[in-house]
Design a protein around this ligand. Structure first.
Ligand SMILES: *[C@@H]1O[C@H](CO)[C@@H](O)[C@H](O)[C@H]1NC(C)=O
Ligand SMILES: *[C@@H]1O[C@H](CO)[C@@H](O)[C@H](O)[C@H]1NC(C)=O
Ligand SMILES: *[C@@H]1O[C@H](CO)[C@@H](O)[C@H](O)[C@H]1NC(C)=O
Ligand SMILES: *[C@@H]1O[C@H](CO)[C@@H](O)[C@H](O)[C@H]1NC(C)=O
Length: 358
């Protein structure tokens, strides 16, 4: 009974919050930086046997026009796709390394944007080093894109395009996973390193002309199936959640600080803990991977493999593999980010951010 009522709420939200949905895009382009929740195929173009790649079934089993594994860590679209859809695009802009291999970076950058997101990436270069495009390198790729755009269009037009574009960032969870602080002093040191590096990266983007930042904050990593399975009772790891929540609060302060110093800097920060709480209302299964092995689908490694078994109803599951959301969860999350009434974002919603004009 409870689920029926709550699912009703979800349907209302989904109908109420569409922004542009394939009309004329409300921003000139979207530039995406971050980790696996936003990656649309960059990692497929990295070499190295330990690079995480979503290039085999059952990834993409529900991809529109598929089944087709695309490098997205999802059964279909991911969060970047749904955010881009709300902005009026068909899906996420293509991955930088895909565009590079097709010699198509500039046409894409000028009309849709580019995705630099890479699974496993961190704010720090040391996070999963060698197996992803770290944030610092994503910035270098953006700088190179920008200079090629200027060669094509001139600095004035590119500056207007970038100031009005949507910069989508989602990074930090991997850094938290990789660190294991033992004392409160360790925690403080890690937070300080991460936040200074993250703030510097955002200020760097601002320096290159970005003005509108949609930022997905770190979330309840202690509730991923991969973590829950380690506890006999399957409970979330609350210590890990507190560790992430502490950093999320610091990111919030850092953004307010940047906004107070940098003219025209505007942002919408997504509270991933609140997004998670909203999502839990919409799904029957909240704790297990739909694609996986063993207890909670989380005993066979982080990723979904072609010999795994799938759950019966993928839309009923919050988690696709043991660390990533299903397409359905990503869609529901994106609705909340654009719908200011659900209070998942501050100080403004993704929709209000999108409509700012510079
Ligand atoms: C962040 O730290 C990495 C080292 O982990 C460094 O290479 C990078 O330049 C730093 N980025 C910024 C924006 O400070
Ligand atoms: C498992 O979860 C329970 C409930 O949150 C908690 O009390 C317990 O300490 C956890 N066990 C381990 C080994 O983390
Ligand atoms: C699936 O294949 C991997 C290697 O490709 C193997 O390690 C694993 O045990 C297999 N899992 C099952 C459930 O057969
Ligand atoms: C801020 O935005 C206004 C209005 O678009 C513009 O004229 C001004 O140059 C911008 N300043 C900076 C530093 O971005």
């Amino acid at each position: 009974m409870k689920h029926i009522v709550l699912l009703g709420l979800v349907v209302v939200l989904a109908v109420g919050a569409s922004t542009a949905r394939l009309g004329k895009p409300v921003v000139p382009a979207v530039f995406v930086l971050g980790g696996s929740t936003l990656d649309v195929g960059n990692n497929n173009h990295l070499s190295g046997k330990d690079v995480p790649r979503a290039n085999v079934p059952f990834y993409g089993v529900d991809f529109p026009g598929g089944p087709m594994p695309t490098g997205r860590f999802s059964n279909g679209y991911n969060l970047a796709d749904f955010i881009a859809k709300h902005l009026g695009f068909e899906r996420s802009p293509l991955a930088y390394l895909v565009l590079k291999s097709r010699n198509y970076i500039i046409p894409s950058a000028l009309t849709r944007g580019v995705s630099y997101a890479s699974a496993g990436a961190g704010i720090l270069d040391s996070t999963n080093a060698g197996n992803n495009i770290p944030l610092s390198k994503q910035l270098l790729y953006f700088a190179s894109t920008k200079s090629k755009m200027e060669d094509a269009w001139g600095t004035h037009k590119v500056s207007t395009l970038l100031a009005n574009s949507f910069f989508l960032l989602g990074i930090g969870n991997n850094d938290l996973f990789q660190t294991s602080p033992k004392t409160a002093a360790d925690v403080a040191t890690i937070y300080a390193t991460l936040v200074s590096n993250y703030s510097a990266a955002i200020a760097d983007l601002y320096g290159m002309g970005a003005r509108k930042f949609g930022i997905i904050n770190v979330g309840p990593i202690g509730c991923l199936p991969r973590v829950r399975v380690l506890n006999k009772t399957g409970a979330c790891n609350e210590a890990l959640n507190r560790y992430a929540a502490g950093f999320a609060a610091i990111v919030k302060l850092a953004l307010a600080n940047l906004a107070s110093k940098l003219p025209n800097f505007s942002y919408s920060l997504a509270d991933s803990f609140a997004v998670f709480n909203l999502q839990t209302l919409g799904f029957v299964n909240l704790d297990s991977a739909c694609c996986g092995t063993g207890r909670m689908g989380a005993e066979g490694g982080e990723l979904c493999m072609r010999n795994d078994t799938l759950c019966a109803d993928r839309d009923a599951y919050l988690f696709w593999d043991s660390v990533h959301f299903t397409q359905q969860a990503a869609e529901l999350g994106a609705v909340g980010l654009f719908d200011g009434s659900t209070q998942l974002t501050a100080p403004i919603s993704f929709k209000q951010l999108a409509y700012k004009r510079y």
